[in-house]
Design a protein around this ligand. Structure first.
Ligand code: FES
Length: 67
């Protein structure tokens, strides 16, 4: 599913970055080129927390849930 129309970014793209350990808002925004004012509407950089949450969900650095 696309989460950024301007850049054609899919959830799986952000998940892949999370798996690679990229969960910092600045690094995600930079990697996904969300600061590109010419080619972005600005919606996604304002909602970078959603990208971070998605990346963190798939980050290997998170502790496994024990149960
Ligand atoms: S929809 Fe992502 S920057 Fe426009």
């Amino acid at each position: 599913m696309y989460i950024c129309i301007c850049k054609g970014i899919r959830e799986s793209d952000v998940q892949e970055l999370g798996r690679a350990g990229l969960t910092c808002p600045k690094k995600l925004a930079s990697s996904l080129e969300l600061n590109d004012k010419k080619n972005c509407c600005g919606r996604c950089i304002k909602n970078i927390d959603k990208f971070v949450a998605l990346a963190e969900e798939f980050s290997c650095s998170q502790s496994p849930v024990l149960g």
